[in-house]
Design a binder for this molecule. Structure first.
Ligand code: GSH
Length: 220
């Protein structure tokens, strides 16, 4: 049996969860404890054991296979050969899709993380502004890429899953795709309508709403 350890508000965990579901892989989902006050502390023992270096979710376990990192989980999911192929078949398109997936995690999302951090310390306000400008620049690049294209790399792929979740978290932190970038907006709506994607997003949004309400246990 496959087990995925994720978090209630984990962008990277959501990527992995959506991918496994889109690949029609049966798995058990364990949401590790998370609260606004203590974040992921104390860390889940299985997360610490399987990912001792980073102690981060997502982590996946399937018998002897114990791996971490959302991109590695994409690769593992693809190698199980179930469901639709989520990398383009064409070699060049596949390479492009991988680049876009990396950019989403390592170029775009770090600016979102910067904005999450800046919320805590107001002296970082200038940094938060600079991050927003960088996010907007990247949105414009993706909007151009999506001219006459339904999905980032041609067919629905891991690149779409990654960037959909990244932009969703960016929106949560005050930097949604601007409405005038219509290719990007249509793409976002197209991906967001997928049953599997919608279910994961609804659960995250519900958690955020509950955790940030004044009466919630998460703040206690
Ligand atoms: N590169 C990793 C990043 C994973 C990551 O940043 N996980 C966050 C949650 S979204 C986490 O576990 N943070 C807790 C911590 O760093 O202490 C991936 O793609 O899975």
């Amino acid at each position: 049996v496959i087990t995925l350890y994720s978090g209630s508000v984990s962008m990277f965990g959501a990527k992995a969860e959506i991918a496994l579901r889109e690949k029609q892989i049966t798995f058990e989902l364990i949401l590790v404890p998370f609260s606004i006050e203590h974040h992921y502390e104390p860390k889940h023992p299985e997360v610490l054991r399987i990912n001792p270096f980073k102690a981060q979710v997502p982590v996946l376990k399937n018998g002897d296979v114990e791996i971490y990192d959302s991109t590695q989980i994409f690769e593992y999911a693809e190698s199980l050969c179930t469901g639709p192929s989520l990398w383009p078949v064409d070699v060049a398109r596949k390479a492009h899709a991988r680049q876009l997936e990396l950019q989403s995690d390592e170029v775009f999302f770090p600016h979102v993380i910067q904005r999450m951090k800046s919320r805590v310390t107001s002296e970082d306000h200038a940094l938060a502004k600079r991050s927003k400008a960088a996010l907007l620049d990247y949105y414009a690049i993706i909007d151009t890429l999506l001219v006459q294209r339904e999905y980032l790399a041609g067919t629905f792929s891991y690149a779409d899953i990654a960037f959909f979740m990244a932009q969703h978290f960016s929106a949560m932190w005050g930097a949604p795709p601007p409405t005038q970038l219509s290719n990007l907006i249509h793409w976002r709506d197209r991906i967001g309508k997928r049953r599997i994607v919608a279910d994961v997003v609804i659960r995250i949004d519900r958690f955020v709403k509950t955790a940030s309400s004044p009466n919630s246990d998460a703040q206690a």
